[in-house]
Design a protein around this ligand. Structure first.
Ligand code: PLP
Length: 399
């Protein structure tokens, strides 16, 4: 049997079985649902996209996968070249892996070894945010700050290697004052913290972080697994503040195949690039640079560029602001909107219990968690479909 994610298997309600999917719609045997979650924020172009499908089919007719150890191929080369020219600054060195968590692990391993290669092995500490989420593997759980997901780590006691701070400039400055000589990196979900509760904060915090990282020789790592490819209304938060290492996942392949990239700048790459074999990055996931994933990622980026997705996302934000304007309820703590993300935070998790089934009956797939009801829709959504998603949220409170 399937062991489902984040579920008590004994009491979980049966998942909805999907028989087909097309555009923003998922089809069950009795319902047609707008996917307001974009399959965990990844399916930005919707389902069964003819051009994305064709990219995979064409590549599968050549080969679906060959390893990158000792071999290389056009889809992996082209995607790295595309990212090199498309990403800001000198984020030019692309390390592939198969999931966001692994890509964050790679970023942390890269940052740690960067310091070791430079003769600063005492730099072992990670600065991270309160409510951070960076994945479910062990080091990413440690860097994360979400007991609801990662309480199992309590068995080990408090981490000696990770310091968590709120998104306040004073806390940032204080952390650098106290730990700067031991700090290895500052790992952040820029502008929008996703799984930790769709928390939004100002770019000025990241600008200050960039200054402090430069002053104290600390690497700045942006985990844009969730925020990348337009979700905040920016192509990447890295377009506003340039990190040393950028992590991409989720929407990289338009949600078609799990794949991710850890992209380093020249400074980080040069920290490995010398005659010493001991300075090599010793990492290599089996499916890194998978040819189907790279082919569909290339097509996904092409669509994003040629069909002006940033204006689609601006439209989503405008419609969302317009529809949520003036909406309130005593049970709601805050409504937050940024780019293609809207979150209704309530005071008591019990308030949104039952919402998933309510939305299902109204033709919307939603997956509220803890105190958060949210939507992160595919960017190809039509106005009336988005309004339906938002009306469904509002209708829940009007009962
Ligand atoms: C989803 C997510 C991850 C983990 O990605 P997986 O592909 O699920 O391993 C890491 N960081 C952030 C910010 C995420 O939202």
């Amino acid at each position: 049997m399937i062991w489902y994610p984040y579920e008590q298997m004994k009491t979980m309600k049966a998942p909805y079985e999907i028989l087909d999917a097309d555009g923003v719609y998922l089809f069950t045997k009795d319902q047609k649902l707008i996917d307001s979650v974009s399959s965990w924020w990844s399916v930005i172009h919707g389902y069964k996209h003819p051009e994305l499908n064709q990219a995979i089919i064409s590549q599968a007719e050549k080969f679906s996968h060959v390893m990158l150890g000792g071999l290389t191929h056009a889809p992996a080369l082209k995607l790295s070249e595309k990212l090199q020219s498309w990403l800001p600054g000198d984020l030019d060195y692309c390390f592939y892996s198969d999931s966001g968590s692994v890509a964050v692990e790679v970023a942390l391993k890269m940052a740690l070894q960067y310091s070791m290669n430079r003769g600063e092995p005492q730099r072992t500490m990670i600065l991270a945010l309160e409510h951070a989420y960076h994945g479910d593997t062990f080091k990413t759980m440690e860097a994360g700050d979400d007991e609801d997901y990662h309480f199992v780590l309590k068995a080990y006691g408090p981490s000696r290697y990770v310091v968590h701070i709120p998104t306040k400039t004073e806390a940032l400055e204080e952390a650098f004052r106290e730990y700067h000589d031991r700090l290895n990196c500052f790992l952040v979900e820029p502008l929008l913290q996703g799984a930790g509760g769709m928390r939004m904060y100002d770019v000025s915090f990241l600008k200050r972080a960039r200054e402090l990282c430069d002053r104290y020789g600390v690497l700045l790592i942006f985990d844009e697994v969730a925020t990348g490819f337009g979700r905040t209304g920016n192509r990447f938060a890295a377009d506003l503040v340039l990190p040393d290492i950028l992590v991409l996942g989720k929407a990289l392949t338009g949600g078609y195949i799990g794949h991710a990239a850890t992209v380093a700048n020249k400074k980080v790459f040069d920290g490995f690039y010398d005659d010493n074999p001991g300075h090599a990055l010793m990492h290599g996931p089996t499916f890194m640079g998978n040819a189907l994933a790279c082919s569909v990622a290339l097509k996904s980026i092409e669509l994003f560029e040629t069909q002006d997705y940033l204006s689609k996302i601006r439209r989503i934000e405008e419609i969302t602001r317009r529809e949520m304007e003036g909406f309130s309820d005593p049970r709601i703590r805050e409504i937050r909107i940024m780019g293609g993300c809207v979150c209704v935070e309530v005071d008591d998790p019990a308030v949104i219990k039952g919402y998933q089934q309510f939305a299902y009956e109204r033709g919307v797939f939603s997956r509220p968690f803890l105190k958060y009801m949210y939507a992160m829709v595919p960017y190809v959504i039509k106005e009336e479909e988005l309004v339906q998603v938002l009306d469904t949220m509002k209708a829940w409170f009007a009962r």
